[in-house]
Design a protein around this ligand. Sequence first.
Ligand code: PMT
Length: 414
Amino acid sequence: MDATIYNVNMETLTDRQTSPLQGQRILLGISGGIAAYKTVDLARKLAQAGTQVRCVLTEGATHFVSATALQAVTGVAVRHSLWDEAAEAAMSHIELARWADTLLIAPATADVMARLAHGMANDLLTTLVLATQAKICIAPAMNGQMWRHAATQANLGLLQQRGIEVLMPESGSLACGEVDTGRMPEPASIVDWLAGLAVPPLWQGKKVLITAGPTVEDIDPVRFIANRSSGKMGYALAQAAREMGAEVCLISGPTQLTPPTGVTFVAVRSAREMFDAVQAHFVGTDLMLAAAAVADYRVEQIAEQKLKKQGEQSLTLTLVQNPDIVAWAAAQPNRGKVIAFAAETENLITHAQAKLQRKGVDAVLANSVADGAGFDQAQNQLFLVSTQGVHEFPLTHKSYLAQQVLSHLASTYS
Ligand code: PMT
């Protein structure tokens, strides 16, 4: 790919001279998980983004991170007790709660999430959560089994319903030695995410329709054709659009994800079901983002019974083409903007330009899916390809990438 022919924008939000976080007062609550060791770097990066940072440790966190190190990078003494008379005299916990613009808890352990969900105030951090009017943001991190536990998921739902912003944990190798979901995103991604939350409600009053995840095409009652899409990109776009004030409809193939709160969620399985749902919800859409990895083909005839091996060396399945959903949307009269995705393993921009023409869409968001990129990853890199040229969104966490894409589209299209 020849970068010189594209209008490539390499900046990231936190690289900007003026971050949207500039001047914000951030209370960084740190609870007792191994990811707490990353918070010295997190505090440093927040300070570099122009914020004032004060840190509060739970009792558990003191076992994982040094208050001295946090004080060194923030320049302010770290608080960890409600009963520290000298600290209370300098700034009471109520004043501290009022001081903050944002209360970020990173890492948020299962225990802290449970205590927040139940409105407990049995240490300084949970007391501050109840006493503050600041925006509350949490970055959960824990063992994968603890994360999936029904109690943790119920607590998560409660916290989201109350307007707490959640940066979902990533998959990867955990301190317990397992490879699972539960890892706190890297400090740079957390700062990017917070910066994105500070973005104004650019899609207020607009209707945004998003397709996400894979489609699943059945062969017989037990077998199917699918692909590697996890839904993360589409769900991140849905969450970001909702946070920016849009009325969001998320139409998704089967995934392991919890849909963002506050969106109309339509679960589908096959491409034809996704097509029906898009047709049913398309009217009045201002922006459609087709992030779903839709199967181009389905088997002509789904077998009613499980196919039996009958000694043949090969089996031939006859596949027929599925409807092209995004091309249908682009062909509708008086429509809003329609943006397709392109997942390519080679010649990314050239193939995306061909899709732009073939599907009749306003733009294509192209991503490489070569060598394990794109699909089921926490991070992604996108190129917005239109007749105006190519705009790069550099590699970052999908949550933050989604915010960047929607901010850019708001300035271009709304
Ligand atoms: O879900 P994740 O794990 O987070 O991964 C994200 C992603 C890689 C799936 C996503 O970023 C992405 O690229 N989605 C589109 C994948 C894809 O199917 O690309 P495509 O080049 O095959 O299709 C082009 C476009 O046409 C897509 O917008 C697709 O939704 C749409 N399409 C395709 C076929 C069809 N029958 N109907 C469609 O609408």
